[in-house]
Design a protein around this ligand. Structure first.
Ligand SMILES: [Zn+2]
Length: 463
């Protein structure tokens, strides 16, 4: 009898190991510094989850942290600190919001500007909560690629939010040197607080995701709420700062509050969702702190250089092999013979002015040597590459180098196709639609800069 039981246990364990885990990251954008009732909502949610034995991630706005301190809400701060703490910008919806601030700035200048405007709030959240915020996510859809470089300088390595600007396979990616939970498609799941989608439909969607991940090596579900949603029927910022408006503090109005029993109903829906996830086999809640542990490091695997060269001839994008993933930048560094390291993408789109079909080998060797040096000094890829006084775009250089690696001798100039650009949206207006942005706001410059950084994009892989 005992032996049968052991056998049964052993086969159950094998089954569990073979099945992919579903990780759920539950995060709360904690941002309403207008109505103090939102402080109580955050407290209630944090305590409810602690009672359920679930850790969430609270992304806190700088001004929200400061008003909690000014209102002497140690109880809220302590309750949230039992979870993971992230950063959600300094002022959230006060202009200029990040996309407006950074729209016309380049990669380096924009990173400096983001850091100038956002680092103070980051430090305030850290001081008030006694913990360094572990992740960042933009206010609304006010996303800008330059934030990524600034975040790395500030010590943040996880981007946790939702948007359509960039993403691959509806799962986390590495982008600009950050672990990016973004554009999660059908794996962004939440139980609707107002019953527009019945709970049974959401739990079905949840179960389908778990089923899918069980047979596909595991995956992540991203679930977002705002504490303010549980106690209000409208957003605190939409009633004050719509369409780019500025309004002085003494003119701020409160959003419409839910009736007490309505709010209670919302808290119950969250509990129901969490309980459903908890009782589903193969599901584990994680925080932003856990992400860097459950995903493999971005160090690229060893791949034969001829395979990499052939990959670039088919199109310039990331490469996934059984042992790991290489971004287009990782592949280029291998072709250049530069040791693996993270480097940024180029700062502008260079154009090819070298129009001959081939390059004398000594001249090309000098070019390759110069690119190696540029990368190692600047820790980023050059926007254009010099062949004497003429230029190759980075994509054309990469394709030409790949061809040269495969057949040494005379260097034939090749055209590079930047396939990674298809992981970026072209629908600028939809990507930046947000009640706080001016109507019709469409910063195409930010998406262009984002695409340039597509050299750094690759899927993130569960350990
Ligand atoms: Zn927000």
């Amino acid at each position: 009898m005992f032996r049968v039981l052991l056998l049964l246990l052993a086969s159950a364990a094998t089954l569990a190991a073979a099945q992919g885990m579903t990780y759920v990251i539950l995060w709360f954008d904690t941002e309403d510094y207008v109505d103090p009732i939102a402080d109580d909502a955050a407290l209630r949610i944090a305590n409810d989850l602690t009672r359920l034995g679930v850790q969430a991630t609270f992304k806190v706005v700088g001004e929200k942290a400061r008003v909690l301190e000014a209102r002497r809400r140690r109880d809220v701060i302590e309750a949230l600190t039992r979870h993971s703490i992230g950063y959600h910008s300094d002022w959230h919806s006060i202009q200029p919001v990040p996309s407006i601030d950074l729209q016309h700035l380049g990669w380096l200048e924009g990173a400096d500007e983001f850091q100038r405007r956002q680092e103070g709030g980051f430090r305030d959240v850290g001081r008030i909560f006694g913990i360094t915020p572990v992740c960042y996510g933009q206010p609304g859809s006010s996303w800008a690629p330059q934030s990524n470089l600034a975040l790395r300088r500030m010590g943040i390595h996880v981007y946790l939010d939702e948007g359509i600007q960039v993403g691959a396979n509806d799962q986390p990616v590495w982008y600009d040197g950050l672990l990016y939970v973004f554009k999660m498609g059908p794996y962004q799941i939440r139980a609707d607080l107002d019953g527009h989608t019945p709970f049974s439909k959401t739990s079905e969607q949840f179960d389908e995701a778990v089923q899918h991940f069980a047979t596909n090596g595991g995956g992540l579900i991203s679930t977002v709420y705002h504490p303010t949603e549980f106690v209000h029927t409208e957003f605190w910022d939409a009633v004050n700062f719509a369409n780019g408006a500025s309004r002085e503090r003494d003119q701020w109005v409160l959003p419409h509050r839910r009736a007490a029993d309505d709010a209670e109903h919302c808290f119950r829906i969250l509990t129901e969702y969490v309980e459903h996830a908890k009782k589903t086999p193969g599901v584990r809640f994680i925080t932003a702190n856990d992400l860097l542990h459950i995903y493999s490091s971005p160090v690229p695997p060893n791949v034969d250089v001829r395979i990499l060269a052939r990959h670039f001839q088919n199109g310039i994008t990331f490469l996934s092999v059984s042992s790991g993933d290489l971004s287009a930048a990782d592949v280029l560094l291998e072709l250049l013979g530069v040791p693996p390291q993270y480097v940024d993408g180029p700062t502008f789109r260079g154009a090819t002015t070298y129009l001959e079909p081939s390059i004398p080998e000594p001249l090309f060797d000098a070019t390759v040597q110069d690119v190696r040096n540029f990368v190692q000094v600047n820790h980023r890829l050059p926007s254009e590459v010099f062949v004497g006084s003429l230029r190759l775009s980075l994509g054309d250089f990469a394709a030409t180098l790949a061809g040269h690696v495969l057949s040494p001798g005379p260097v034939r100039v090749a055209q590079g196709r930047l396939e990674f650009e298809r992981y970026f949206t072209n629908d600028t207006e939809a990507a930046f639609r947000w009640p706080i942005h001016p109507r019709g706001f469409a910063p195409a410059e930010l998406l262009e800069l984002a695409r340039l950084q597509g050299w750094t994009l690759k899927p993130a892989r569960l350990r």
